[in-house]
Ligand binder design. Structure first.
Ligand code: F0G
Length: 457
């Protein structure tokens, strides 16, 4: 097979910013070893997130000019609504300014003390919105999903046996909703199979529990189904997408991922009563139901992006480019989550830096080393993000110490990715020189965004 090329030409470019290793050492020190505190123009390759960082197409930019900015009944809203209805089959569509706004509305209505929301894995903002309502979030990912280095085709699947057991234990009345996250971001961007969605639906249906999809990366998930689930090898992606949604009662969506938009999101569903409650809250927090916290031009960009993302040459390139990076790292012996996810690679920092104990945050230390050595910005997904303390202030570490390098959509070329691989491999060869970190200042919640750290000497 020939090289899979970027399926686009570049019409508009922006500079990347070069700095020297000496400069970056100082920049990192001044940012207290926290990549969120580094100014973006001091970063060469920015892999902090794939959210809101996509390059829009010329069609999307053209659509922006056609945005109808009417407060009520904007034509852009009706285009947006029809696109989502056709894509998902859900008749009721509610725009929001981003994914977590959709979550906030949904879980404020359905949540509350004594309730449980079950999932393969809830993303952190989803979990936070559930917990803020007083309810509990319960992750029931399959066994394969818990082992970074063991490859399996659908490591994002929900464990249906545990789901059944949990429902028997707590009773369906305490479970307002089941949420399947596709792909499973907190679990390595791993996909969920159609068969698993079907099985989860059957269990939920038998107990009268509605099923929602957290659909941020629906197209990437659909492409994995096409590649890995035999009976779908010849099914067009839009049909796979439609079938995925056909098992659900609704979805939350961040349009900042698979809709190639820089901002936006939505809720979609069948239930008219629930939709009405959502719209009432939307008016209070986001805006009128035909714009929901977005400009008309954003609605246009999202509608166009949602169609573009299902183009198979794009998805082939997208999935392949992550796999390409993952394979280069595996070949060099770098410990990385396998197989490659849909939007990011995840380095296993515990295996990468075995000399750094978990209470010295090996993931954060690795993030710093990648920045200093090559100007690459990633994010720790480990004990800095998820760690808790015992009453006597000892760290309760996270299950895994990972570093996520998320690849923005349509932004970097193969030579950027080759460079990223070279930097990671060089850092791996000098891993013994990397030092652990300690926290000198932290917030009580979501501390990773603002924490200040210092090297352990
Ligand atoms: N659900 C998932 C699976 C996500 O990955 C995100 C965001 C959200 C919901 C929330 O959407 O950002 O539009 O409010 N993930 C980003 C990330 C922030 O970097 O993975 P949002």
């Amino acid at each position: 097979m020939k090289t899979i090329i970027e399926p686009f030409r570049i019409k508009s470019v922006e500079p990347v910013y070069f700095t020297t290793e000496e400069e970056r050492k100082l920049i990192l020190e001044n940012a207290f070893y926290n990549p969120f505190l580094i100014h973006a123009d001091r970063v060469l390759i920015d892999l902090l997130t794939d959210s809101g960082t996509s390059a829009m197409s010329s069609n999307q930019w053209a659509g922006m000019m056609q945005g109808d900015e009417s407060y009520a009944g904007s034509t852009s809203f009706f285009r947006f609504e029809k696109t989502i209805q056709d894509l998902t089959g859900f008749p009721l569509v509610i725009p929001t300014h981003q994914g977590r706004a959709a979550e906030k509305i949904l879980f404020s209505i359905l949540g509350g003390k004594g309730k449980y929301f079950v999932s393969n894995t809830l993303f952190d903002t989803t979990r936070a919105n559930i917990e803020y309502s007083g309810a509990e979030g319960v992750d029931l990912v399959c066994e394969e999903g818990k082992h970074p280095s063991i490859p399996a085709p659908f490591k994002g699947n929900m464990d249906t046996e545990s789901l059944q057991k949990f429902i028997n234990e707590k009773g369906a009345a305490a479970i307002p909703l089941c949420v399947i996250t596709v792909t499973n971001n907190s679990g390595g961007g791993q996909p969920v199979s159609m068969q698993n969605i079907r099985e989860v639906k059957a269990i939920c249906k038998a107990h009268g529990i509605p099923l929602f999809i957290d659909a941020c990366r629906f197209a990437e998930n659909a492409y994995f189904i096409k590649q890995r689930e035999e009976s779908y090898a010849n099914t067009p992606v839009p049909e796979i997408v439609r079938e995925m949604f056909s098992y659900a009662d609704g979805c939350t969506m961040s349009a900042k991922k698979d809709a190639f938009a820089n901002i936006g999101g939505f809720l979609a569903m069948y239930d008219e009563t629930l939709a009405q409650q959502c719209r009432n809250m939307l008016i209070m927090t986001e805006g009128f139901p035909t714009y929901g916290g977005l400009a008309g031009r954003d609605l246009e960009a999202i509608a166009i992006g949602l169609t573009e993302v299902m183009e198979e040459h794009y998805l082939q390139y997208r999935i392949r480019s992550i796999e390409y990076l993952c394979n280069k790292l595996i070949a060099a012996g770098v410990p990385v989550m396998q197989p490659a996810g849909g939007h990011a690679i995840y380095l296993d920092a515990k295996a990468f830096l075995p000399h750094i104990p978990v209470d010295q945050y090996p993931g954060q230390a690795l993030v710093g080393a990648l920045y200093v050595h090559g100007g690459i910005r990633g994010v720790e997904i480990g004990s800095l993000m998820f760690g808790k303390y015992t009453p006597d202030k000892k760290l309760i570490p996270a299950q895994l110490e990972l570093v996520r390098l998320a690849i923005p959509r349509r932004v970097y070329t193969q030579s950027h990715i080759d460079y990223v691989a070279e930097v990671i491999i060089e850092v791996f060869q000098q891993k013994g020189t990397i030092k652990g970190l300690r926290i000198i200042e932290e917030a009580p919640m979501l501390r990773h965004f603002t924490a200040k750290l210092k090297p352990v000497i």
